[in-house]
Ligand binder design. Structure first.
Ligand SMILES: Cc1cc2nc3c(=O)[nH]c(=O)nc-3n(C[C@H](O)[C@H](O)[C@H](O)COP(=O)(O)OP(=O)(O)OC[C@H]3O[C@@H](n4cnc5c(N)ncnc54)[C@H](O)[C@@H]3O)c2cc1C
Length: 456
C-alpha cells in the first residue's frame, strides 16, 4: 500500500506516449458505475488505484435508460450525493403499461410518501455522460488515478495469477496486485482471463435510446409534474412488435429518454431493426402525444445482460475480480430494470475484497473469494437469486405477445358502452380468452410461473 501517490504516471499517460511503469495496489478497468464505485472505495482505504477507461471521458460511451435506483447505496458513499451530482429529476411516479397496437392499460403508481418526494429519494433519472463523469471525479478526488482514452486489451498472467493489464499503447503493460474488471456486458477482460464464455443471443438484449430535447415547462405540464418531480414509464406488449423486450420513457430536466429493448435472438428471428421498432413505439397513440415536439439530441445503442442468476461467470480468479454488467448483474425482470445500482453494489464489494487481500498480502482465489461472500450482505446475490425465474418468464411468448393484447382488448370491452348488455368480469374474461384461443391449462401454468417468479 502506498498512500504517497505519485502523479507521474498520470502526467505521462496524458500525453499517450510514455509507457506506464508503476505498480498499483488495485487496477480497475472501466469507469462506469461499477468501476468508479470500486475505485472510490479502494482509494479511500489508502490503496494506490488506477481506473482505466477507454472513452474520452467516463460516460462518453455509456448508455442506460436511465432511471437510477441506487440512491440509498450511493448515499452511504457520498452523503446527500444528489445535492452535488448532475441528476435530472427524482422519480415519484412509475407507470407499468401493457400495450396492444391501439390500446394501453397501465398501472400508475405515484407516491408522496417519504423517500419518493423527500431525501433520500428512491430513484432519479440521470444522463450517463454527465453522471459517470461526476462519479469518476469523486474517485479521483479520493486519490484514484483516472486514465482515459485507453483500451485494455488483455490481462497479464504469471504462474496462474493475474498480475496486471495490457493497454493498447506502446509498452502498455501496467502491473497491479488486484485487477477488478468492470468493463461492462460481454467483458473482454473476463473472457481473456478465461472466466467468461461468449454470451448466447438469448442472454443479451439490445437497447436503443434517443434523448429528445423538450422545454422544461412543456415537460412539467405534459406529465403533470411540479418542481423537480419525474416519471418513469415502462412498456411491454405490441410496442416491440414480435420481438421479446420492452420500452421505456423517462423524464429528464429538459429532455425525455425514450428507448426500446429487444432480446438479440428475437431481433434476429423477427428480422427487425431496433431503430424501426423505436419509431413504431414513438408513434403508438399512447406515446406519440408524450414525445410530440421532441428534438433529437442523442442516439445510442448498447447491450444488456438479461439472464440474471443463470448467466453469471466465475467471479473470482487469483488476482482478479469481476463486477457490474461484466458479471451479468443487471436485474431485468419486467418489474425492474436495474443495473446501475447493482453495478455500484458489486463494485463496492469487490473493492472491499481487494482491500482485505492487500492487507493480507494474499491475492489468491481463496482470499479474494471474500468478494462473493460480500455480495450477499450487499444484496446482489440475494436479489438475483430471489428473482432467478423472472427473466425466463418475462421473455416467454405468451407474456410478451399474447397477454398484453388480451388485457388491452378485454379492457376495451369492459369500458365500451355500446347499447348492449354489460358483462361481468369473469364471463367477459372467458369470452376474451376464447377469442384469443388461450387454453385454461396455459393460464394456470403461467399463473404458477408468475407466482414462482415474483411471489415466493
Ligand atoms: C438501453 C439501456 C437502458 C438501461 N436502463 C437502465 C435503467 O433505467 N436503470 C438501471 O439501473 N440500469 C439500466 N440499464 C443497465 C445499466 O446501464 C447497466 O447495468 C450499468 O451501466 C452497468 O454498469 P457497469 O459499470 O457494470 O458497466 P458500464 O456502464 O457498461 O461501464 C463499463 C465501462 O467500461 C469501459 N470499458 C469497456 N471495455 C473497456 C476496455 N477494454 N478498456 C477500458 N475500458 C473499457 C466502458 O467504456 C464503460 O465506461 C440499461 C441499459 C441499457 C443498455
Amino acid at each position: 500500500m502506498s498512500p504517497d501517490h505519485s502523479r507521474s504516471f498520470v502526467t505521462a499517460a496524458s500525453d499517450m506516449t510514455t509507457p506506464p511503469d508503476e505498480h498499483f495496489d488495485v487496477i480497475v478497468v472501466g469507469a462506469g458505475p461499477a468501476g468508479s464505485a470500486a475505485a472510490l472505495v479502494a482509494a479511500r482505504a489508502g490503496l494506490k488505484v488506477l481506473l482505466v477507461e477507454r472513452g474520452e471521458y467516463p460516460g462518453a460511451k455509456n448508455v442506460s435508460g436511465a432511471c437510477f435506483y441506487g440512491s440509498a447505496v450511493l448515499n452511504e458513499l457520498i452523503p446527500n450525493w444528489w445535492e452535488k451530482a448532475p441528476v435530472e429529476r427524482y422519480v415519484c411516479r412509475r407507470d407499468l403499461v401493457l400495450m396492444s397496437e391501439t390500446t394501453a392499460v397501465s398501472m400508475d403508481f405515484r407516491s408522496a410518501a417519504a423517500g419518493y418526494v423527500e431525501p433520500p429519494y428512491n430513484a432519479f433519472t440521470i444522463l450517463r455522460p454527465k453522471f459517470d463523469r461526476w462519479f469518476a471525479a469523486q474517485a479521483e478526488a479520493a486519490g484514484a488515478f483516472l486514465l482515459t482514452s485507453t483500451v485494455v486489451d488483455d490481462v497479464i498472467k504469471e504462474r496462474g495469477r493475474v498480475v496486471g493489464i495490457k493497454v493498447r499503447r506502446e509498452h502498455g503493460e501496467v502491473r497491479g496486485d488486484v485487477v477488478i474488471a468492470c468493463d461492462g456486458v460481454n467483458s473482454w477482460l473476463a473472457k481473456k482471463a478465461g472466466l467468461q464464455r461468449d454470451l448466447h443471443d438469448h442472454e443479451v438484449s439490445l437497447g436503443v435510446k434517443e434523448v429528445l430535447g423538450l422545454d422544461e415547462a412543456v415537460i412539467r405540464e405534459r406529465f403533470h409534474l411540479t418542481g423537480n418531480e419525474g416519471v418513469a414509464y415502462e412498456y411491454v406488449g405490441a410496442v416491440t412488435q414480435d420481438v421479446r423486450g420492452g420500452a421505456f420513457l423517462y423524464t429528464n430536466k429538459s429532455s425525455l429518454s425514450v428507448g426500446i429493448i429487444g432480446q438479440v435472438s428475437s431481433l434476429v428471428e423477427a428480422k427487425k431493426r431496433p431503430y424501426d421498432i423505436l419509431e413504431h413505439f414513438k408513434s403508438h397513440p399512447a406515446v406519440a402525444p408524450l414525445v410530440r415536439g421532441g428534438k433529437l439530441r442523442e442516439y445510442s445503442a448498447h447491450l444488456i445482460p438479461e439472464a440474471g442468476w443463470k448467466m453469471m461467470p466465475q467471479l473470482v480468479a487469483p488476482g482478479m475480480l469481476i463486477a457490474g454488467d461484466a458479471a451479468g448483474f443487471c436485474l431485468a425482470t419486467g418489474l425492474y430494470i436495474e443495473g446501475i445500482n447493482y453495478a455500484m453494489q458489486s463494485g463496492i464489494a469487490a473493492a472491499k475484497a481487494a482491500i482485505h487481500a492487500c492487507a493480507c498480502r494474499d491475492f489468491g482465489k481463496h482470499t479474494l473469494a471474500r468478494y462473493t461472500e460480500l455480495l450477499w450482505p450487499h444484496n446482489v446475490f440475494t436479489d438475483f437469486r430471489a428473482f432467478k425465474h423472472a427473466p425466463g418468464f418475462v421473455n416467454g411468448n405468451r407474456l410478451q405477445n399474447l397477454y398484453p393484447d388480451l388485457v388491452a382488448h378485454g379492457t376495451e370491452m369492459l369500458f365500451q358502452v355500446n347499447g348492449q348488455a354489460k358483462q361481468k368480469i369473469l364471463p367477459l374474461s372467458f369470452k376474451v380468452m376464447r377469442q384469443y384461443k388461450v387454453k385454461s391449462r396455459h393460464v394456470l401454468s403461467d399463473l404458477y410461473k408468475v407466482a414462482r417468479a415474483y411471489l415466493w
